[in-house]
Design a protein around this ligand. Sequence first.
Ligand code: SF4
Length: 184
Amino acid sequence: MIGRIHSIDSFSTVDGPGIRTVVFVQGCSLRCIYCQNPDTWAGCNDKTNKMSVFQVMQIIKRGIPYYGDRGGVTFSGGEPLLQADFIREVFSECKRLGIHTAIDSSLYVESSHLEKLIPYTDLVLADIKAIDPQNSIKITGAANNLNLANLDLLNRQGISIWIRYVVCLDGLIIQQISVPYPTI
Ligand code: SF4
């Protein structure tokens, strides 16, 4: 299976716990006004790296000496859940090797995509842009029904969640914060 990959960062300390390899995928359905990675929006372009599971795993495995108990691999983007089948294969291999797995996602997808990854995912960094549906439309271009339904699904499944939220004041972005979500 082939994944559409924008780029891969090693030694990240801001995309989940510990030291992580972060795989940024290509493609996103939202158009957030403060998106850090608009070059990932297109599903594919002339800079997209088309990589096999084996190729991605070769890079992830290089970090094993540094992951320790908390680190591991995070898929970000773009929207990783749009490539759930590919990530499921990578995560299944990571679980076999004892590597912690995380997804950094807006959760703006049909739940069937998310359900494919739940058995292989240790943590979801949920980028909930707005609770109010009208604000969601203003910020992302879409309402947030899917995002909130998927957040509820993760919670019911007992998956660890960090809420990632951009704090704004009078339209000025102050900072992005990550807060652990209390599971039921
Ligand atoms: S969901 Fe993420 S990648 Fe997609 S537009 Fe919003 S900030 Fe950018």
